[in-house]
Design a protein around this ligand. Structure first.
Ligand code: GLC
Length: 431
Protein backbone atom coordinates (compact mmCIF):
# COMPACT_ATOMS: atom_id res chain seq x y z
CA UNK A 1 0.00 0.00 0.00
CA UNK A 2 2.78 2.25 1.00
CA UNK A 3 4.59 1.33 -2.21
CA UNK A 4 1.50 2.09 -4.32
CA UNK A 5 1.17 5.51 -2.72
CA UNK A 6 4.78 6.24 -3.48
CA UNK A 7 4.22 5.33 -7.16
CA UNK A 8 0.90 7.12 -7.48
CA UNK A 9 2.36 10.50 -6.71
CA UNK A 10 4.77 10.77 -9.62
CA UNK A 11 2.14 9.25 -11.94
CA UNK A 12 -0.42 11.86 -10.88
CA UNK A 13 2.10 14.62 -11.40
CA UNK A 14 2.95 13.27 -14.83
CA UNK A 15 -0.70 13.02 -15.82
CA UNK A 16 -1.42 16.56 -14.67
CA UNK A 17 1.62 17.78 -16.55
CA UNK A 18 0.50 16.09 -19.77
CA UNK A 19 -3.01 17.51 -19.45
CA UNK A 20 -1.61 20.96 -18.88
CA UNK A 21 0.76 20.66 -21.84
CA UNK A 22 -1.97 19.52 -24.21
CA UNK A 23 -4.16 22.34 -22.93
CA UNK A 24 -1.47 24.91 -23.52
CA UNK A 25 -0.87 23.65 -27.04
CA UNK A 26 -4.59 23.52 -27.87
CA UNK A 27 -5.52 26.82 -26.31
CA UNK A 28 -2.56 28.96 -27.30
CA UNK A 29 -3.18 31.21 -30.34
CA UNK A 30 -1.52 30.07 -33.58
CA UNK A 31 2.08 31.24 -33.56
CA UNK A 32 2.80 33.65 -36.46
CA UNK A 33 4.44 31.90 -39.44
CA UNK A 34 8.18 32.47 -39.44
CA UNK A 35 8.60 31.42 -43.08
CA UNK A 36 10.94 33.86 -44.82
CA UNK A 37 9.63 36.14 -47.52
CA UNK A 38 11.02 35.21 -50.95
CA UNK A 39 11.72 38.00 -53.40
CA UNK A 40 12.09 36.88 -56.99
CA UNK A 41 14.01 38.71 -59.66
CA UNK A 42 14.96 37.93 -63.21
CA UNK A 43 18.32 38.55 -64.86
CA UNK A 44 20.42 37.68 -67.91
CA UNK A 45 22.24 34.34 -67.64
CA UNK A 46 25.82 35.72 -67.41
CA UNK A 47 24.82 37.90 -64.43
CA UNK A 48 23.46 35.03 -62.32
CA UNK A 49 26.70 33.43 -60.99
CA UNK A 50 28.32 36.73 -59.90
CA UNK A 51 25.03 37.81 -58.28
CA UNK A 52 24.56 34.56 -56.40
CA UNK A 53 28.15 34.44 -55.19
CA UNK A 54 28.65 38.06 -54.30
CA UNK A 55 25.26 39.57 -53.55
CA UNK A 56 22.67 36.95 -52.61
CA UNK A 57 24.72 35.02 -50.05
CA UNK A 58 25.80 38.17 -48.21
CA UNK A 59 22.26 39.55 -48.20
CA UNK A 60 20.64 36.39 -46.87
CA UNK A 61 23.28 36.03 -44.17
CA UNK A 62 22.37 39.49 -42.93
CA UNK A 63 18.61 39.18 -43.48
CA UNK A 64 17.66 35.57 -42.72
CA UNK A 65 13.95 36.40 -43.05
CA UNK A 66 14.24 37.45 -46.68
CA UNK A 67 15.32 35.12 -49.48
CA UNK A 68 16.42 36.34 -52.89
CA UNK A 69 15.54 34.00 -55.70
CA UNK A 70 17.24 34.79 -58.97
CA UNK A 71 15.52 33.47 -62.05
CA UNK A 72 17.93 32.94 -64.93
CA UNK A 73 16.79 34.57 -68.16
CA UNK A 74 18.29 34.63 -71.68
CA UNK A 75 21.51 36.50 -72.59
CA UNK A 76 19.88 39.18 -74.70
CA UNK A 77 18.45 42.03 -72.69
CA UNK A 78 15.47 42.60 -74.96
CA UNK A 79 14.36 38.99 -74.45
CA UNK A 80 14.56 39.62 -70.73
CA UNK A 81 12.46 42.72 -71.18
CA UNK A 82 9.87 40.65 -73.06
CA UNK A 83 9.71 38.22 -70.13
CA UNK A 84 9.09 41.01 -67.61
CA UNK A 85 6.59 42.64 -69.97
CA UNK A 86 4.61 39.43 -70.39
CA UNK A 87 4.57 38.87 -66.64
CA UNK A 88 3.30 42.39 -66.00
CA UNK A 89 0.70 42.25 -68.76
CA UNK A 90 -0.68 39.01 -67.38
CA UNK A 91 -0.99 40.71 -63.99
CA UNK A 92 0.15 39.46 -60.61
CA UNK A 93 3.79 39.16 -61.71
CA UNK A 94 5.88 36.60 -59.83
CA UNK A 95 8.64 39.20 -59.51
CA UNK A 96 8.82 41.55 -56.55
CA UNK A 97 12.10 43.14 -57.49
CA UNK A 98 12.49 44.36 -61.04
CA UNK A 99 16.08 44.21 -62.27
CA UNK A 100 15.94 46.88 -64.94
CA UNK A 101 18.15 48.00 -67.78
CA UNK A 102 18.51 51.79 -67.82
CA UNK A 103 16.42 52.03 -71.02
CA UNK A 104 13.36 50.33 -69.54
CA UNK A 105 12.48 52.87 -66.86
CA UNK A 106 10.28 55.19 -68.98
CA UNK A 107 8.29 52.29 -70.47
CA UNK A 108 7.81 50.33 -67.24
CA UNK A 109 6.97 53.45 -65.25
CA UNK A 110 4.59 54.84 -67.89
CA UNK A 111 2.80 51.48 -68.02
CA UNK A 112 2.23 51.64 -64.25
CA UNK A 113 4.18 48.45 -63.52
CA UNK A 114 6.48 49.95 -60.88
CA UNK A 115 6.08 51.44 -57.44
CA UNK A 116 6.96 55.11 -57.15
CA UNK A 117 9.97 55.23 -54.82
CA UNK A 118 10.39 59.02 -54.77
CA UNK A 119 9.27 59.38 -51.16
CA UNK A 120 11.17 56.33 -49.92
CA UNK A 121 14.64 57.45 -50.92
CA UNK A 122 16.03 60.68 -49.51
CA UNK A 123 17.88 63.23 -51.69
CA UNK A 124 20.99 62.56 -49.58
CA UNK A 125 20.82 58.85 -50.38
CA UNK A 126 20.43 59.63 -54.08
CA UNK A 127 23.29 62.12 -54.16
CA UNK A 128 25.83 59.29 -53.74
CA UNK A 129 24.96 57.86 -57.17
CA UNK A 130 26.09 59.09 -60.61
CA UNK A 131 23.63 61.68 -61.95
CA UNK A 132 23.32 59.82 -65.29
CA UNK A 133 22.30 56.62 -63.48
CA UNK A 134 19.80 58.52 -61.33
CA UNK A 135 18.35 60.26 -64.40
CA UNK A 136 17.97 56.84 -66.01
CA UNK A 137 15.99 55.77 -62.94
CA UNK A 138 13.39 58.53 -63.23
CA UNK A 139 10.32 59.06 -65.32
CA UNK A 140 8.33 62.30 -65.39
CA UNK A 141 10.37 63.56 -62.45
CA UNK A 142 9.59 60.56 -60.19
CA UNK A 143 12.02 57.86 -59.06
CA UNK A 144 11.31 54.22 -59.97
CA UNK A 145 14.55 52.35 -59.35
CA UNK A 146 17.91 52.63 -57.59
CA UNK A 147 21.01 52.07 -59.74
CA UNK A 148 22.84 48.93 -58.71
CA UNK A 149 25.56 49.22 -61.33
CA UNK A 150 26.48 51.49 -64.17
CA UNK A 151 27.84 50.58 -67.58
CA UNK A 152 29.53 52.33 -70.47
CA UNK A 153 30.67 51.06 -73.87
CA UNK A 154 34.46 50.81 -74.10
CA UNK A 155 37.15 50.08 -76.64
CA UNK A 156 39.51 47.22 -75.79
CA UNK A 157 42.76 46.80 -77.65
CA UNK A 158 45.86 44.59 -77.69
CA UNK A 159 48.37 46.84 -76.02
CA UNK A 160 51.17 44.29 -76.52
CA UNK A 161 50.68 44.11 -80.30
CA UNK A 162 50.40 47.87 -80.73
CA UNK A 163 53.54 48.41 -78.66
CA UNK A 164 55.47 45.75 -80.59
CA UNK A 165 54.47 47.42 -83.87
CA UNK A 166 55.39 50.86 -82.51
CA UNK A 167 51.79 52.08 -82.88
CA UNK A 168 49.97 54.61 -80.70
CA UNK A 169 46.49 53.80 -79.35
CA UNK A 170 43.72 54.94 -81.73
CA UNK A 171 42.00 58.31 -81.43
CA UNK A 172 39.51 57.82 -84.25
CA UNK A 173 37.52 55.12 -86.06
CA UNK A 174 39.84 55.62 -88.99
CA UNK A 175 42.80 54.79 -86.68
CA UNK A 176 41.08 51.56 -85.69
CA UNK A 177 40.82 50.67 -89.39
CA UNK A 178 44.44 51.59 -90.13
CA UNK A 179 45.97 49.89 -87.08
CA UNK A 180 43.73 46.85 -87.33
CA UNK A 181 44.65 46.33 -90.97
CA UNK A 182 48.36 46.78 -90.24
CA UNK A 183 48.21 44.10 -87.53
CA UNK A 184 46.23 41.83 -89.84
CA UNK A 185 48.82 42.31 -92.59
CA UNK A 186 51.53 41.29 -90.11
CA UNK A 187 49.44 38.23 -89.28
CA UNK A 188 49.49 39.29 -85.62
CA UNK A 189 45.71 38.85 -85.52
CA UNK A 190 43.06 37.37 -87.73
CA UNK A 191 40.58 40.20 -87.28
CA UNK A 192 41.02 43.93 -86.78
CA UNK A 193 37.80 44.86 -85.00
CA UNK A 194 34.88 43.01 -83.43
CA UNK A 195 31.63 44.68 -82.38
CA UNK A 196 28.00 43.78 -81.67
CA UNK A 197 26.10 43.66 -84.96
CA UNK A 198 23.22 41.30 -84.28
CA UNK A 199 19.65 42.57 -84.46
CA UNK A 200 19.01 43.04 -80.70
CA UNK A 201 19.40 45.77 -78.08
CA UNK A 202 23.19 45.64 -78.22
CA UNK A 203 23.02 46.99 -81.80
CA UNK A 204 21.61 50.45 -80.99
CA UNK A 205 23.84 50.56 -77.88
CA UNK A 206 26.90 50.14 -80.11
CA UNK A 207 25.45 52.37 -82.84
CA UNK A 208 24.79 55.47 -80.69
CA UNK A 209 28.54 55.58 -80.08
CA UNK A 210 29.36 55.55 -83.79
CA UNK A 211 26.59 58.09 -84.41
CA UNK A 212 27.95 60.39 -81.72
CA UNK A 213 31.44 60.01 -83.17
CA UNK A 214 30.12 61.27 -86.53
CA UNK A 215 28.16 64.15 -84.88
CA UNK A 216 24.85 62.43 -85.53
CA UNK A 217 21.89 61.67 -83.25
CA UNK A 218 18.96 59.25 -83.09
CA UNK A 219 16.06 60.99 -81.33
CA UNK A 220 16.33 64.24 -79.40
CA UNK A 221 14.29 63.44 -76.27
CA UNK A 222 13.44 67.11 -75.64
CA UNK A 223 12.08 67.94 -79.11
CA UNK A 224 11.44 64.39 -80.41
CA UNK A 225 13.33 65.36 -83.58
CA UNK A 226 14.56 62.26 -85.44
CA UNK A 227 18.09 62.29 -86.89
CA UNK A 228 18.21 58.91 -88.59
CA UNK A 229 17.96 60.14 -92.19
CA UNK A 230 20.67 62.79 -91.82
CA UNK A 231 24.00 62.47 -93.64
CA UNK A 232 25.87 61.88 -90.35
CA UNK A 233 23.86 58.69 -89.76
CA UNK A 234 24.61 57.43 -93.26
CA UNK A 235 28.33 58.05 -92.71
CA UNK A 236 28.19 56.14 -89.41
CA UNK A 237 26.60 53.16 -91.17
CA UNK A 238 29.11 53.38 -94.01
CA UNK A 239 31.93 53.10 -91.47
CA UNK A 240 30.46 49.89 -90.05
CA UNK A 241 29.85 48.53 -93.57
CA UNK A 242 33.44 49.26 -94.52
CA UNK A 243 34.78 47.24 -91.56
CA UNK A 244 33.12 44.18 -93.08
CA UNK A 245 33.87 45.00 -96.71
CA UNK A 246 37.57 45.46 -95.94
CA UNK A 247 37.76 42.27 -93.91
CA UNK A 248 38.63 44.22 -90.74
CA UNK A 249 35.59 42.65 -89.07
CA UNK A 250 34.45 39.08 -89.66
CA UNK A 251 31.40 38.67 -91.92
CA UNK A 252 29.64 37.02 -88.96
CA UNK A 253 29.86 40.25 -86.94
CA UNK A 254 26.23 40.95 -87.90
CA UNK A 255 25.25 37.97 -85.74
CA UNK A 256 27.41 38.80 -82.70
CA UNK A 257 26.29 39.70 -79.20
CA UNK A 258 28.69 40.80 -76.45
CA UNK A 259 29.80 37.31 -75.51
CA UNK A 260 30.65 36.34 -79.13
CA UNK A 261 32.93 39.34 -79.45
CA UNK A 262 34.49 38.66 -76.06
CA UNK A 263 35.32 35.05 -76.94
CA UNK A 264 37.01 36.03 -80.21
CA UNK A 265 39.00 38.84 -78.63
CA UNK A 266 39.90 36.81 -75.56
CA UNK A 267 41.19 33.95 -77.71
CA UNK A 268 43.68 36.42 -79.19
CA UNK A 269 42.10 36.65 -82.62
CA UNK A 270 41.26 40.35 -82.77
CA UNK A 271 43.13 43.63 -82.30
CA UNK A 272 40.15 45.78 -81.14
CA UNK A 273 36.82 45.08 -79.51
CA UNK A 274 33.86 47.21 -78.51
CA UNK A 275 32.35 45.89 -75.26
CA UNK A 276 31.21 46.79 -71.74
CA UNK A 277 33.60 46.84 -68.78
CA UNK A 278 32.45 43.42 -67.50
CA UNK A 279 34.80 41.83 -70.06
CA UNK A 280 37.89 43.23 -68.33
CA UNK A 281 38.10 40.80 -65.42
CA UNK A 282 37.37 37.82 -67.72
CA UNK A 283 40.08 39.04 -70.09
CA UNK A 284 42.56 39.09 -67.23
CA UNK A 285 41.57 35.83 -65.59
CA UNK A 286 44.33 33.26 -65.12
CA UNK A 287 43.08 31.07 -67.94
CA UNK A 288 42.77 33.94 -70.43
CA UNK A 289 45.21 33.79 -73.39
CA UNK A 290 45.33 37.62 -73.44
CA UNK A 291 45.84 38.14 -69.71
CA UNK A 292 47.91 41.30 -69.13
CA UNK A 293 48.01 42.10 -72.86
CA UNK A 294 44.90 44.23 -73.13
CA UNK A 295 44.19 47.91 -72.57
CA UNK A 296 40.79 49.57 -72.26
CA UNK A 297 39.85 53.11 -73.26
CA UNK A 298 36.76 55.22 -73.97
CA UNK A 299 35.16 54.76 -77.38
CA UNK A 300 36.75 56.98 -80.05
CA UNK A 301 35.16 59.31 -82.63
CA UNK A 302 35.50 59.79 -86.35
CA UNK A 303 38.08 62.09 -87.87
CA UNK A 304 35.13 64.13 -89.12
CA UNK A 305 33.39 64.25 -85.74
CA UNK A 306 33.94 66.62 -82.84
CA UNK A 307 33.23 64.45 -79.82
CA UNK A 308 33.31 60.83 -78.80
CA UNK A 309 30.80 59.14 -76.55
CA UNK A 310 30.33 55.83 -74.81
CA UNK A 311 26.82 54.48 -74.56
CA UNK A 312 25.37 54.61 -71.07
CA UNK A 313 24.17 51.22 -69.95
CA UNK A 314 23.48 50.04 -66.47
CA UNK A 315 21.05 48.23 -64.23
CA UNK A 316 18.88 49.20 -61.32
CA UNK A 317 16.33 47.70 -58.99
CA UNK A 318 12.70 48.72 -58.82
CA UNK A 319 9.68 47.17 -57.11
CA UNK A 320 6.77 45.64 -59.02
CA UNK A 321 3.48 47.43 -58.39
CA UNK A 322 1.86 44.07 -57.59
CA UNK A 323 4.42 43.10 -54.93
CA UNK A 324 3.03 42.41 -51.47
CA UNK A 325 6.47 42.84 -49.92
CA UNK A 326 7.41 46.45 -50.41
CA UNK A 327 9.20 46.75 -47.05
CA UNK A 328 11.35 43.66 -47.67
CA UNK A 329 12.00 44.73 -51.27
CA UNK A 330 13.20 48.14 -50.09
CA UNK A 331 15.47 46.48 -47.53
CA UNK A 332 16.94 44.36 -50.32
CA UNK A 333 17.39 47.34 -52.66
CA UNK A 334 19.13 49.37 -49.95
CA UNK A 335 21.47 46.48 -49.19
CA UNK A 336 22.25 45.60 -52.82
CA UNK A 337 22.98 49.20 -53.78
CA UNK A 338 24.97 49.89 -50.60
CA UNK A 339 28.61 50.82 -50.76
CA UNK A 340 29.78 47.57 -49.13
CA UNK A 341 27.71 45.32 -51.41
CA UNK A 342 28.71 47.18 -54.55
CA UNK A 343 32.36 47.14 -53.60
CA UNK A 344 32.41 43.38 -53.11
CA UNK A 345 30.53 42.92 -56.37
CA UNK A 346 32.93 45.16 -58.29
CA UNK A 347 36.09 43.65 -56.84
CA UNK A 348 34.95 40.13 -57.63
CA UNK A 349 33.01 40.54 -60.85
CA UNK A 350 34.42 43.70 -62.41
CA UNK A 351 31.16 45.58 -62.85
CA UNK A 352 30.97 49.36 -62.92
CA UNK A 353 29.79 51.05 -59.72
CA UNK A 354 26.80 53.34 -59.64
CA UNK A 355 28.17 54.99 -56.49
CA UNK A 356 30.64 57.73 -57.36
CA UNK A 357 33.00 57.22 -54.42
CA UNK A 358 33.82 53.69 -55.46
CA UNK A 359 35.50 54.76 -58.73
CA UNK A 360 38.32 56.22 -56.63
CA UNK A 361 38.25 53.75 -53.75
CA UNK A 362 41.89 52.65 -53.10
CA UNK A 363 41.06 48.93 -53.15
CA UNK A 364 39.00 49.25 -56.33
CA UNK A 365 41.73 51.31 -58.03
CA UNK A 366 44.39 48.79 -56.94
CA UNK A 367 42.42 46.11 -58.81
CA UNK A 368 41.23 48.21 -61.75
CA UNK A 369 43.42 51.21 -62.40
CA UNK A 370 41.15 52.44 -65.21
CA UNK A 371 38.20 53.10 -62.87
CA UNK A 372 38.96 56.76 -62.03
CA UNK A 373 38.90 57.48 -65.79
CA UNK A 374 35.72 55.44 -66.14
CA UNK A 375 33.87 57.91 -63.92
CA UNK A 376 34.50 60.55 -66.54
CA UNK A 377 33.26 58.21 -69.25
CA UNK A 378 30.02 57.54 -67.35
CA UNK A 379 29.53 61.26 -66.73
CA UNK A 380 29.87 62.02 -70.45
CA UNK A 381 28.10 58.97 -71.78
CA UNK A 382 25.57 59.07 -74.63
CA UNK A 383 22.04 58.07 -73.72
CA UNK A 384 19.77 56.01 -75.82
CA UNK A 385 16.70 58.29 -76.00
CA UNK A 386 14.89 58.18 -72.63
CA UNK A 387 11.38 58.16 -74.06
CA UNK A 388 8.38 56.00 -73.10
CA UNK A 389 8.30 54.52 -76.64
CA UNK A 390 11.94 53.50 -76.45
CA UNK A 391 11.28 49.77 -76.98
CA UNK A 392 9.45 50.42 -80.27
CA UNK A 393 11.96 53.05 -81.41
CA UNK A 394 14.78 50.62 -80.70
CA UNK A 395 13.00 47.85 -82.57
CA UNK A 396 12.63 50.09 -85.65
CA UNK A 397 16.30 51.05 -85.61
CA UNK A 398 17.40 47.47 -85.02
CA UNK A 399 15.43 46.18 -88.00
CA UNK A 400 16.55 48.81 -90.52
CA UNK A 401 20.13 49.06 -89.30
CA UNK A 402 20.45 45.31 -89.49
CA UNK A 403 19.00 45.37 -93.04
CA UNK A 404 21.63 47.93 -94.06
CA UNK A 405 24.50 46.06 -92.39
CA UNK A 406 23.54 42.80 -94.05
CA UNK A 407 23.18 44.57 -97.43
CA UNK A 408 19.46 43.94 -97.80
CA UNK A 409 18.82 47.68 -98.11
CA UNK A 410 21.10 50.59 -98.88
CA UNK A 411 21.97 52.72 -95.86
CA UNK A 412 19.98 55.63 -97.34
CA UNK A 413 16.79 53.62 -98.02
CA UNK A 414 16.99 51.84 -94.68
CA UNK A 415 17.40 55.05 -92.71
CA UNK A 416 14.73 56.90 -94.67
CA UNK A 417 12.26 54.19 -93.73
CA UNK A 418 13.52 53.97 -90.15
CA UNK A 419 13.20 57.75 -89.75
CA UNK A 420 9.67 57.77 -91.21
CA UNK A 421 8.50 54.92 -88.95
CA UNK A 422 10.07 56.54 -85.91
CA UNK A 423 8.38 59.88 -86.71
CA UNK A 424 5.03 58.11 -87.04
CA UNK A 425 5.58 56.36 -83.73
CA UNK A 426 6.41 59.56 -81.91
CA UNK A 427 3.57 61.49 -83.55
CA UNK A 428 1.08 58.81 -82.48
CA UNK A 429 2.40 59.04 -78.93
CA UNK A 430 1.98 62.82 -78.91
CA UNK A 431 -1.65 62.19 -79.88
C1 GLC B 1 24.52 45.93 -71.17
C2 GLC B 1 24.10 47.32 -70.74
C3 GLC B 1 22.65 47.57 -71.11
C4 GLC B 1 22.44 47.31 -72.59
C5 GLC B 1 22.89 45.91 -72.97
C6 GLC B 1 22.81 45.71 -74.47
O1 GLC B 1 23.88 44.98 -70.37
O2 GLC B 1 24.27 47.51 -69.36
O3 GLC B 1 22.29 48.87 -70.77
O4 GLC B 1 21.12 47.52 -72.97
O5 GLC B 1 24.20 45.66 -72.53
O6 GLC B 1 23.14 44.41 -74.82
Amino acid sequence: MQMLKVWLKPLQILAIAIVCLVGVVLLSPATPAQAPVTLKLLMTAPDVPPWNENMVQAFEAKHPNIRLQIVEGPNQVNLLEDMYTTAFLLGNSPYDLVNMDVIWTPKFAAAGWLMDLTDDITPTELAAFSPADVEGSKYAGRLYRLPVRSDAGMLYYRQDLLAAAGLEPPRTFEDIERIGQALQAQKAVRWGYVWQGKQYEGLPAMFVEVLKGFNGFWVNPATLEVGLDRPETIKAIQFLQSTMREGLSPPGVTTYVEEDTRRIFQSGEAAFMRNWPYAWSLMNADDSPVKGKVAIMPMVRSQSGTANGSCLGGWGLGIAKTSKHKAEALTAIRFLTSEAAQKRFILKAGYVPSRRELFNDPEVVATYNHYPALLDVVDNAVLRPPIAQYAQASDILQRYLSAALTNQLSAETAMQQAANETRRLLAAAKG
